[in-house]
Design a protein around this ligand. Sequence first.
Ligand code: SF4
Length: 430
Amino acid sequence: MGKNYQVAPNAKVISETVDAILESALTGKDLLPEEGVVLLKQTESSVLAAITETADQLRYRQAGDIVTYVVNRNINFTNICQQHCSFCAFRRDADTEGAYWLEWEQIQAKAAEAVRLGATEICMQGGLNPEAKINAASLPYYLQLVKTIKDEFPQLHLHAFSPQEVQFIAQQDGLSYGQVIASLRDAGVDSMPGTAAEILDDQVRRILCPEKTNTASWLEIVSTAHQLGMPTTSTMLSGHIETPQQQMEHLEKLRSLQQTAHKLGYPGYITEFILLPFVGQEAPKPLRSRVGRDQPVLTDALLLTAVARIFLGNWIPNHQPSWVKLGLAGAKEALRWGCNDIGGTLMEEHITSMAGAVGGTCMSVAALQNTISSLGRPYQQRDTLYQHLSPMGDGERGGWGEGGMGGWGDGEMGRWGDGERGRGGDGEMI
Ligand code: SF4
């Protein structure tokens, strides 16, 4: 009796607290990180249903009903990397089996094939290879990567080089972050992946990626990119050793970056948020054992997807799940938990598939469209900056509807309202 008496009122208090948090979010208020933590700790099915419903309503208000996708190709130009992130199954030392470093012609051929297949975007990232230099400097090598694609295919949007790669180039060549980003931008990089973020908490980073850029540098590099007119995405590697508090503090840092870009009128900003649940199947053993499972827990990923929508949506309206990490069925489910974009075709994916992900390495346009249609929602091809590219497909009829826009910047919901949109598909680099 005594036990029941204790449990029932607490459950009621929690549910009342959750109701108040969700109501506050629905009135348009930005949640506090602590309120997000309360949501992340919920397990009761009726409470989870209320969180899902709120995330879905906010998704509809902030991004519309249309689910977008991008036709893109991933190019990972080398897996030779001087760092040793504890989750990474992709990296190789230069002299070990499986190490590769693409020739310029191979990169060009991949870009040409992507164009033939209708791609509008190349997403390019790679390992940190100190041998990748021209005239003993890293920046000229990276500029040549850009030139290799852009000289031949100027119409392609080049989404390239993580904050970690920017820091690597800066350190190799003794340059500032601003000098590196401005040079890449001037050479033809159109936007940067907000990868290498993992969890923006130095305690976690010391275990996950001790050689990588620390939290402050990551934030500085991304903010510098925004100041220089370079849009970025934002990501979070979830479901390993981090706590709900650390997850919310990560989201708070992303939201603050975006608020700063908006308030100070920077020409660049965060275009979308992508949740990247940890896949440990082929990850190095110590972290894999510590996490204790090989594939993401879908329910955890979905709850975090919903909380990210509720917490960030006023500032970052575009949210994308990872079909590579969750599988297409998991990504489809995430579209009901606050996502409005299903990502890209990728055409080839190495980083997460080498980690043991089950989602596959490429996705046809038809598969993405059918997945969206099966939810009864309309689909729409977009470019990297969320401009709609083709007539909208009607989810209910499975055919083509009238060209509708919906989503960020349509004047109705968007914070920015200037016709510029976010982007999607970070090639799954982490
Ligand atoms: S995650 Fe990136 S930086 Fe870290 S080891 Fe792998 S390739 Fe290198």
